[in-house]
Write a new protein. Structure first.
Length: 249
């Protein structure tokens, strides 16, 4: 059986009187793309915030490789090997693609004793950055300023920055938003390649992309899971069709 890298058991979180995440459980396994879908406000991004340590769950537990990490802060989850991207582009536009990745690598590989050494001379972080750009298909754009990259290239750069931190789990929040068909196809190919050694949680509204790439799909509505399983099973679930898919698939 595939190794479970990250698991949530009964996670609950409220914003005032609103239950944003209601007793949600899921498992992210190595080698799988686990898609998380639902309407706006279903609780998907809040769930990612909980898994990444941005929010603390009011109930439930998070496990990383079998060890409980509930309440771990974002820097701790990143050190463990949990990487995430955000809905909105989160890159340094005035820096090159390589510099963005090198900064991400340095965050995972701090060298406080080298206070008098230029960051550019850190061979380890430079090598990690180069490998991340290559994995994301951006090797030929390494010296381009992030401000000159296309929308799809910036989203790929965010994934590369995430890879530079050495994650075994990727939490990707709408990485395909705003992309055309060609850029979407490239990112889906990238995700297929990345899942070989990692677990990926993909939050996405593009249903064609979800059903093309996902191994498992979990559907949320009003903060709760209403269905989870293989894509064919979820596609035919009456509750899912009524709440989200309708007659579109």
């Amino acid at each position: 059986m595939a190794e479970i890298l990250l698991a949530a058991k009964g996670l609950t979180h409220r914003f005032g009187g609103l239950v944003a995440v209601d007793r949600v459980s899921l498992e992210l396994k190595r080698g799988e793309i686990h898609a998380l879908i639902g309407t706006n406000g279903a609780g998907k991004s809040t769930l990612i915030d909980l898994l990444a340590g941005e929010l603390r769950p009011e109930a439930g537990t998070i496990f990383f490789r079998g060890a409980a990490i509930r309440g771990a802060r974002p820097e701790r989850t990143a050190q463990l090997g949990i990487g995430r991207t955000f809905q909105r582009s989160n890159v340094f536009l005035e820096f090159s693609a390589f510099e963005n990745c090198r900064l991400a690598a340095q965050a995972r590989l701090p060298r406080p004793w080298a206070v008098h050494e230029a960051a550019q001379r850190c061979r380890t972080s430079s090598e990690v950055a180069s490998r991340a750009l290559d994995a994301a298909g951006l090797a030929e754009r390494r010296d381009a300023l992030a401000s000159t990259l296309s929308h799809g290239e910036r989203r790929a750069l965010e994934i590369a920055m995430c890879l530079a931190t050495g994650p075994s789990v990727l939490l990707l929040d709408e990485p395909l938003a705003g992309m055309g068909a060609e850029e979407t196809a490239r990112v889906l190919d990238l995700l297929r390649a990345l899942r070989r050694e990692r677990a990926i949680l993909l939050v996405e509204h593009d249903m064609d992309a979800v059903f093309a790439v996902a191994d498992v799909i979990t559907v949320m509505a009003d903060g709760a899971v209403i269905a989870s399983g293989l894509p064919a099973v979820v596609r035919g679930d009456p509750a899912v069709r009524e709440a989200y898919l309708g007659d579109a698939v």
